[in-house]
Design a protein around this ligand. Structure first.
Ligand code: ZN
Length: 548
């Protein structure tokens, strides 16, 4: 069954550190290309069977088709753009951004004459405004569902009318090639659940009906190789957030870590009951089948590979599947380790008080990101006052608020688990100081990133509440542990209420007041740029990197 437009609007879970952003340190501090550090994407494949090794290149080839489609959604034909750029550094930068707009720099144009990025990218006709779309849909209610659908492009006909073209028609060539690779992979794959998923996902790419494959994806439990592929996240549609962009991740499950993570999922209902809000705001039951696994990433493609790199995923986005099967959270450990080493530790050295620097640890970073993911599944997806889904009610404010909720509830949860003796690794001080250091990292994604704005809200709130102090002599920050705990709890309650009330105006006020970078913080961000600390990663990836 096809996702209804309403279902399509709901609950996409946006995950960590994806998405675009501005607030790059001024150009003389760090060029757009210097914001990226290139790291090889590798993993230990020695535990794989020959058949599993043979599957990997097929999965990567299918992923490459998603990459091609994403170019068309984000810009258009990449070759015509890239071949006219002589400077190899600039060409590389345009490649990394999947188009001529700087995803780490508020979509500032990277090439002369390209103009501003259209908010609706190429999902909608050129120049179409929100108002024009809404008035057209109001006048043609029979087309509303198709035009708002997650899996259609909107195009304008010669007579000015709008039409919806399903992705599997618009991108038939790429979908067919990807489906063929998935079928070949299914022939070789050993795990029955994975085989079934690959076959159903191939069908989905050909028909546009993704639900059966999403269900099959949730049903598979024992596979070592993992694939996320298709039109999935809606971040790139800044006009409405309706349209899914194509992406893929080829992943290898880390069984040891996954076992360590498994026990936290069993605590989800208890964690939901413990949320610091009145009952109506915590009345929904998180799916009982949700799971949390750690992986090493083998390949990123499309939206996942554009600009800032995702280190944690929570899927599927289809609420119908979420309610029936829960979600799966995927922590990408090798990507996280690369970000921790190349970015978070240097930020810590620059901005965290010397005595609290030992509290910034990979375990705490891994934990905070993990609980961020769990927290996406907590709270409520539907407003408590008949305003429909939280996502539909909050519209373009939904993404930054949902990310802020996930960050802050994640922190609240790790504290609750420590109190229960369920989480014993590291210390609470590690959680909190690492969280603050991570805010500096994520604020650098800027205001065009949901995660960037989410972190600005948290920084502003923590500052107002005295959760940290800045030493005027050194310019470094020190956490006040008690105040930060209280501030986190209060912000969690506030965000859950705005969501539950479907309070669009309140969400807008919160973002306008706090979802910005204050001048004092900008000075610190510029220091990070001056010190040459990268903002994000670019991967050297592919089968020749994995199997040299
Ligand atoms: Zn997230």
């Amino acid at each position: 069954m096809r996702a209804t437009p309403r279902a399509a609007l709901m609950g996409a879970t946006l995950c960590a550190a994806c998405g675009p952003s501005p607030q790059r340190p001024s150009d003389d501090v760090q060029t757009p290309l210097e914001q990226y550090v290139t790291v090889p994407l590798t993993a230990d494949l020695s535990g794989l069977s020959d058949a599993q090794r043979d599957v990997i290149p097929l999965l990567i080839e299918a992923a490459e088709e998603m990459d091609r489609v994403f170019w068309l959604q984000a810009w258009g034909d990449p070759d015509s753009l890239l071949r006219n750029i002589e400077d190899p550094g600039l060409r590389r930068l345009v490649e990394v951004n999947y188009g001529p707009w700087d995803r780490l720099g508020g979509y500032a144009p990277l090439l002369p004459g390209v103009g501003p990025r259209p908010p609706g990218a190429r999902f909608y006709p050129e120049g179409l405004t929100k108002e024009q779309f809404e008035s057209y849909v109001a006048a043609h209610p029979d087309q509303a569902e198709a035009l708002r659908d997650l899996y259609t492009l909107v195009r304008r006909s010669e007579d000015g009318s709008l039409t919806a073209i399903p992705y599997h028609v618009a991108f038939a060539e790429q979908h067919e090639r990807a489906a063929e690779k998935l079928r070949q992979a299914a022939d070789l794959a050993e795990d029955a659940g994975f085989v079934r998923y690959l076959e159903l996902r191939a069908d989905a790419l050909l028909t546009g009906n993704y639900r059966a494959s999403d269900l099959a994806w949730m049903d598979m439990k024992d596979n070592t190789l993992e694939l996320v592929i298709g039109p999935i996240e809606t971040y790139d549609d800044a006009l409405f957030g309706y349209k899914a962009a194509h992406e893929a991740y080829v992943l290898l499950k880390d069984r040891d870590w996954s076992q360590r993570l498994a026990r936290y999922t069993s605590l989800l209902p208890e964690l939901q009951r413990g949320l610091p809000v009145p009952d109506p705001y915590r009345q929904e039951q998180p799916g009982s089948d949700s799971e949390l696994n750690a992986y090493d990433a083998l390949y990123y493609a499309g939206q996942a590979n554009a600009g800032s790199k995702t280190i944690a995923i929570n899927l599927p986005n289809d609420e119908n599947v979420q309610l029936r099967k829960g979600t799966r959270r995927l922590q990408l450990k090798n990507s996280m380790r690369a970000k921790f080493d190349s970015i978070l530790l240097p930020i810590t050295a620059e901005l965290i008080a010397a005595d609290q620097r030992p509290n910034v640890t990979f375990d705490a970073f891994f934990g905070n990101v993990m609980f961020h993911e769990v927290a996406h599944g907590l709270g409520i997806k539907n407003t408590i006052n008949g305003r429909g889904t939280v996502r539909a009610a909050l519209q373009e404010h939904y993404s930054p608020l949902e990310e802020a909720k996930a960050d802050i509830l994640g922190l609240y949860m790790s504290g609750a688990l420590r109190e229960r003796g369920e989480l014993t690794q590291g210390t609470r001080e590690d959680d909190l100081v690492t969280f603050l250091a991570s805010i500096f990292r994520s604020v650098r994604f800027g205001a065009s990133s949901a995660h960037g704005r989410a972190n600005m809200i948290q920084f502003a709130w923590f500052q107002e509440q005295g959760a940290f102090a800045k030493d005027s002599a050194t310019g470094r920050y020190r956490v006040d542990f008690g105040r930060m705990e209280r501030a986190a709890r209060d912000l969690a309650a506030q965000l859950l209420r705005v969501q539950g009330d479907g309070d669009y105006a309140g969400a807008g006020r919160l973002l306008a007041q706090r979802g910005v970078v204050p001048a004092t913080l900008q000075v610190d961000l510029d220091r990070l740029g001056t010190s040459g600390i990268p903002v994000d990663l670019v991967f050297r990836q592919g089968i020749q990197i994995l199997l040299p």
